[in-house]
Design a protein. Structure first.
Ligand code: HSE
Length: 419
């Protein structure tokens, strides 16, 4: 029987996650994993660990032959890529939590793993404590995954909860998310949806074998959401959440996006508050499954890193089954979305771009409409993110091409003009 590997770790980064991992490892001696060196950027900062552990020279770790595992939890995506690429080339196994770096360099990292025959694990990079990557990778057969809907960013969920349920204002809520260590050092990445779409890029790969640049996936954050939007949600017994969604279409392709969405109060995702994340998977035979756990913060994120380190003991690696062992899916833009749009000035809303408009509310303090629009219109236009306009998806927003044609025909028939 193969013995478990002794793991000697070189750690990059000693911030919220790095320090969390250091403490967690001290509490898990049975793992037989020890940190030999920690590379940091700023040697002047006070750290809760012996000074001899730290270095500012990355080569002290990358060229140390005793170190067989690199754990990379730094903030700078470009530097992180250099570290991870060099570590793999130097024959080391790698665990990373840098979702931005991983999402932006996915094709190169896939190639590097093949070329170097090393393992790169990153469970902490999506939904922190929820083991969603390994589940998508190992458990589901490609054809059975009908859809995934998820809250993948803890900070925006925390902010929405604090504003709409506890009455804080946006700035207070964001400050609190920063103080608690949930937010990115550049909080724009959270608030404007960049972090969520980076995570979605990774999950789309493990769920469907899709390799796509994050900027090619339709996304927005919560920056445009207004108090009036939340009031509409409340009046319908709904909440607004930032939801990442992927749905397998009848044409075999997958529609995917990350947008604010109205969520019915009795849905699983409505249960997800504060920095928690949640993932609802619909598959052929299991039907609906709900994964829930902390999506940000020191220990929850460190727990996922720890689990990856533990998995390296038995030489675990992602096989990228959906990409290499199945026919990978393609993304599709051939859908329509039922959207709520609130605005100050109707003149700035291109009404002609909608297939139809179902509701007009022009008398309210904050005016809004509900209508159906082609996905492609949102991908190519930016009006819906500008001039204080707010776009929120309705629950169950996806209308496929065939359905749209049927709905149009029916409404013409009802109007007595068919044929
Ligand atoms: N800023 C991220 C979030 C941290 O709020 O979800 C965890 O990835």
């Amino acid at each position: 029987m193969e013995t478990h590997k002794q793991l000697t770790i070189g750690l990059f980064g000693f911030g919220v996650v790095g320090e969390g991992l250091y403490k967690v490892l001290q509490q898990t001696p049975s793992l037989k994993a020890s940190i030999k060196k920690v590379c940091i950027k700023n040697p002047g900062k006070r750290r809760n660990a012996p000074a001899s552990l730290f270095t500012t020279d990355k080569n002290d770790i990358l060229n140390d032959r005793d170190i067989n595992v690199i754990v990379e939890v730094i903030d700078n995506a470009d530097a992180a890529f250099e570290i991870v690429a060099t570590a793999l080339r130097n024959g080391k196994e790698v665990v990373s939590a840098s979702k931005k770096m991983l999402a932006e360099h996915l094709p190169e990292l896939l190639a590097l793993q093949k070329e170097t025959d090393r393992s790169l694990l990153y469970e902490a990079a999506a939904c922190a404590s929820i083991p969603v990557i390994r589940n998508l990778e190992e458990y589901y057969d490609n054809d059975l995954l009908h859809s995934i809907r998820a809250i993948v960013n803890g900070s925006t969920n925390f902010i929405l909860t604090k504003i709409f349920e506890e009455g804080l204002d946006f700035k207070e809520a964001l400050l609190l998310a920063q103080q608690l260590g949930f937010a990115e050092s550049n909080p724009k990445l959270d608030v404007e949806g960049f972090d969520a779409v980076n995570k979605w890029t990774l999950l789309l790969n493990h769920a469907y074998g899709i390799v796509e640049r994050p900027e090619n996936i339709l996304f927005n954050g919560i920056q445009n959401i207004q108090a009036g939007d939340a009031a509409v949600a409340r009046s319908k017994n709904q909440q607004i959440k930032l939801v990442a969604q992927a749905k397998k279409l009848q044409n075999g392709k997958v529609a995917a996006f990350v947008l604010p969405q109205f969520v019915n109060h009795d849905e699983h995702l409505a249960f997800v508050k504060n920095e928690y994340n949640g993932v609802v998977i619909e598959s052929g035979f299991a039907d609906k499954q709900f994964f829930y756990g902390k999506g940000a913060g020191s220990f929850p994120t460190a727990s996922a890193v720890l689990s990856d380190i533990a998995a390296l003991r038995y030489h675990y690696r992602y096989e990228y089954k959906k990409l290499y062992h199945h026919t990978p899916h393609e993304l599709s833009n051939d859908i329509f979305l039922r959207v709520f749009v609130s605005f100050d000035n109707l003149a700035l809303i291109p009404k002609e771009k909608f297939e139809w408009i179902e509701e007009w509310h022009a008398q309210e303090e904050r005016k809004y409409l509900v209508g159906v629009i082609a996905f492609e219109e949102l991908k190519t236009g930016t009006w819906w993110k500008e001039s204080n306009t707010s776009l929120v998806l309705t629950p169950d927003p996806v209308i496929e091409d065939v359905e749209l044609r049927k709905l149009k025909k029916k409404s013409l028939e009802l109007a007595g003009v068919a044929g």
